[in-house]
Design a protein around this ligand. Structure first.
Ligand SMILES: Cc1cc2nc3c(=O)[nH]c(=O)nc-3n(C[C@H](O)[C@H](O)[C@H](O)COP(=O)(O)O)c2cc1C
Length: 134
C-alpha cells in the first residue's frame, strides 16, 4: 500500500528569475501534472518566499519535491514538515494559490524561512480559506 504523505517546505524566491508570469507558469504545470499523480496542495508566495504543501502518495510526493527543489525559480528549499496522513487536507486543489497581501496575513512581518511547522500550517490554512477550488 502506498501511504499518503504531507510535505511542507519553504524556499527563497530567486528574484533574478521572477517575472510577472512566474507563478502563472508554475500553477499551469502543477495543475496539469498533479491530478494524474494524485497530488493536491497549496502554494503561497509573498515575493520573498514560496511556502507549499504537497499531499498524495508518498513516493509521488517525494519525487515531485525532489524535482521542485532543483527548479531554478527558487532556492534553499527547506522541508518544514513531512508526515504520513490518513486524509489529505488540501484535496480541493490540484494546486491552490494565494498571493499574500502583507498586513492581513499571518506572520506577515516575519521571514517565512523561520516559520515553525505549526505556523506554516496556519499560513497555508489561511490561504485555503482565501482560495477557490481549482
Ligand atoms: C515554487 C514551485 C512550486 C512548484 N510546484 C509544482 C507542482 O505542484 N507540480 C508540478 O508538477 N510542478 C511544480 N513546479 C514545477 C517543477 O519544478 C517543474 O518545473 C515541473 O514539474 C516540470 O514539469 P515537466 O517534468 O512536466 O516538464 C513547481 C515549481 C516551483 C518553483
Amino acid at each position: 500500500m502506498n501511504a499518503l504523505k504531507q510535505l511542507v517546505y519553504v524556499s527563497e524566491v530567486e528574484k533574478d528569475m521572477f517575472t510577472s508570469d512566474t507563478v502563472t507558469q508554475i500553477l499551469k504545470v502543477a495543475r496539469s501534472n498533479n491530478p494524474e499523480k494524485g497530488i493536491s496542495g497549496m502554494l503561497v508566495c509573498n515575493f520573498d518566499h514560496f511556502l507549499q504543501v504537497l499531499e498524495g502518495p508518498s513516493d509521488e510526493v517525494r519525487h515531485l519535491f525532489d524535482k521542485i527543489a532543483h527548479d531554478k525559480r527558487h532556492k534553499n528549499a527547506k522541508v518544514i514538515g513531512e508526515k504520513d496522513i490518513d486524509e489529505p487536507q488540501f484535496d480541493k486543489w490540484a494546486m491552490g494559490f494565494a498571493n499574500t497581501n502583507k498586513g492581513i496575513w499571518p506572520y506577515a512581518d516575519q521571514s517565512w524561512a523561520t516559520l515553525s511547522k505549526q505556523q506554516a500550517m496556519e499560513v497555508l490554512s489561511f490561504a485555503a480559506s482565501q482560495s477557490k477550488a481549482i
